[in-house]
Design a protein around this ligand. Structure first.
Ligand SMILES: Cc1cc2nc3c(=O)[nH]c(=O)nc-3n(C[C@H](O)[C@H](O)[C@H](O)COP(=O)(O)OP(=O)(O)OC[C@H]3O[C@@H](n4cnc5c(N)ncnc54)[C@H](O)[C@@H]3O)c2cc1C
Length: 546
């Protein structure tokens, strides 16, 4: 198999908010920049389906707000596991970056020249900014158009599957075109990894196709460390029947109720004070437990909106209201089923203030980077991080490659990487049902390594992962799409294994990580981070104090 050769100063992997921001910044500093994306640039990744909320402590709604209070709120939500340096940067730089994005033409909502800032859970003051349509696609499309208007080289539909380093310094990467199977070898002075999260490891998730944790898996394989991988956020406000849509948490402030199959307001067992206004993790756990105990309905619980005025529902959840109306559903009388859903990975690649991993000239930003959010992410801090750290990663990547030559990648490494594809394509055909393996993985992770975990359920999952890994490695096909899916599945299995091992290492409950066998928080032993690395091809975890 031949391959195409691409050379650059900076290679950005990932074509969404974090990657596009990094590419623009790197280009601005004069670096010869290439951006490559598994999906279409600006039209792939979770940012495009996001509600486009960004936080910035402008204090336009309440002048008591400040970066310091934003810092404290972020730590509070992260249960004090966050990397203080990264949170400091996030909260200090958010205003400047949001303003720049607005100046580029995003058009955040404003009144009399000031940003309209909304209250969102966990924030002491209103500081979330949105565009009127609340569509992330508006932002990613604009950034993609800007990138295309520069000399940055763009490549769509290429799945990167290997990152090369030599003696702790980056050399390049290898990717495959998802449609043609054409292979690409990228020789580059620096890499910015911005490949997003891994929501697809769970059966019930709201992530876009392709969110398969490729970045975590590649980075680990290349020798980088991962941090906080036991913390996955579940969003408790997804209606799964008769439509499939998120509902606003504000509805619970206005009288929406959660009922089990007996019609009981079960939240009184889990949080008798706050009831349905409890935090995301407690509510997710409560619904999950009701379903597990056989008190759920069709995999969820009832959402009772009978007390919500039509005017309010329309105002808060226009799309949801319309979808129900379109199906002839009366939200006051007909059954609505709600379930928690896998949403966001707090864990990620361990980076320093400059977004650099422990491999020199290897940077990470956006959801694939870890350490910022600790044990639980504050609402709208994901896109703010993608923006702030995307910009920093691009800047430091461009700076890092000044006065350097483009590294030459050892032919042996290229051959070894190609062999991974070659084996899948050219050896005799083996009938393996990839979709079935993926389904088994997602169900196992959802039931045993998600909202509620225990030593027993995690060990059971590990055994299952070993079996699925063996099966998945036997996969062979001439179909290029299936080869991409098989690479993605391998990544999903690796990320699942990392999540399970990290969860076993944290024998306590904290934030989004709940162990039914260790239901309490144990600061004495666990006020610190679990770091994951590869040693002699084995994945190991180590505990570090904060
Ligand atoms: C329904 C929903 C609503 C949300 N709303 C909000 C919100 O309002 N506010 C907020 O702060 N957060 C929100 N989030 C979270 C937020 O959208 C994500 O954390 C954010 O999109 C991460 O940005 P990113 O650029 O790091 O990754 P993504 O936006 O996920 O993009 C990843 C990019 O990497 C590419 N890629 C992946 N693997 C490879 C590979 N192997 N090779 C090459 N390219 C690859 C993809 O094609 C894509 O271009 C929401 C998430 C969801 C699912």
């Amino acid at each position: 198999m031949d391959h195409k050769k691409i050379k650059s100063d900076v290679l950005v992997i990932g074509g969404s908010e974090a990657g596009l921001t990094a590419a623009l910044e790197s280009n601005k500093l004069g670096a010869d920049t290439v951006i490559v994306s598994k999906g279409k640039l600006g039209k792939s990744g979770n940012a495009l389906i996001s509600g486009c909320g960004h936080n910035a402590p402008f204090g336009h709604e309440n002048d008591k707000d400040s970066p310091r209070i934003f810092f404290e709120d972020t730590l509070q939500s992260g249960k004090f596991l966050n990397n203080r340096d990264l949170v400091d940067i996030l909260t200090q730089e958010a205003c400047a970056r949001v303003r720049e994005l607005d100046d580029l033409g995003v058009g955040f909502e404003k009144k009399n020249g000031k940003f309209i800032q909304y209250s969102t859970p966990g924030h002491s003051y209103p500081r979330s900014c949105y565009t009127e349509k609340r569509k992330g696609l508006e932002i990613t499309s604009l950034l993609a158009d800007l990138v295309k208007s520069t000399e940055i080289k763009t490549l769509d539909n290429i799945m990167v599957f290997s990152v090369f380093q030599e003696k702790g310094s980056i050399e390049g990467a290898m990717g495959m075109n998802k449609n043609t199977g054409e292979l690409y070898v990228f020789s580059t002075k620096a890499i910015v990894l911005a490949t997003g999260g891994a929501g697809k490891i769970y059966k019930t998730n709201n992530n876009v196709v392709g969110t398969t944790g490729d970045g975590y898996s590649m980075a680990l394989e290349a020798g980088a460390e991962l941090i906080d991988m036991e913390f996955f956020q579940f969003y408790p406000h997804r209606v799964i029947s008769p439509v499939n849509m998120n509902v606003s948490p504000m509805l619970f402030k206005m009288g929406a109720k959660l009922l089990n199959k007996e019609g009981e307001r079960f939240m009184k067992k889990y949080d008798p004070t706050q009831m349905e206004e409890s935090t995301r993790d407690v509510k997710s756990r409560a619904i999950f437990t009701e379903v597990l105990n056989g008190d759920g309905v069709k995999g969820g619980v009832y959402l009772d909106l009978s007390k919500i005025k039509e005017k309010e529902l329309k105002r808060l959840n226009y799309k949801f209201y319309n979808a129900l109306e379109g199906k002839g559903v009366d939200y006051r009388k007909d059954d609505l089923i709600i379930s928690p859903i896998a949403h966001f990975y707090m864990g990620g690649i361990k980076v320093d203030r400059e977004c650099e991993t422990r491999i020199s000239n290897f940077f990470a930003c956006g959801e694939v980077a870890g350490g910022i959010h600790g044990a639980n992410r504050l609402a709208n801090n994901a896109l703010t991080s993608a923006l702030v750290f995307g910009s920093r990663a691009g800047r430091y990547a461009a700076k890092s490659c000044k006065d350097m030559n483009i590294p030459k990648i050892d032919e042996f490494k290229i051959k070894k990487s190609k062999n991974r594809i070659y084996k899948k394509r050219n050896e005799s055909y083996t009938k393996i049902d990839l979709a079935q393996i993926k389904k088994e993985l997602q169900e196992m992770m959802w039931g045993n390594a998600g909202i509620v975990k225990s030593g027993e359920s995690l060990n059971k999952t590990l055994k299952c992962l070993n079996k699925l890994e063996k099966e998945s490695l036997k996969f062979k096909s001439e179909n290029i799409r299936n080869i991409t899916h098989s690479l993605e599945l391998e990544n999903m299995i690796t990320v699942s294994r990392v999540l399970v091992l990290s969860s076993l290492a944290r024998a306590e409950s904290r934030g989004s990580h709940y162990r039914s066998d260790y239901p309490n928080t144990n600061d004495e032993e666990f006020l610190g981070n679990i770091i994951v690395k590869k040693r002699n091809s084995e994945i190991i975890t180590e505990k570090y104090p904060i």
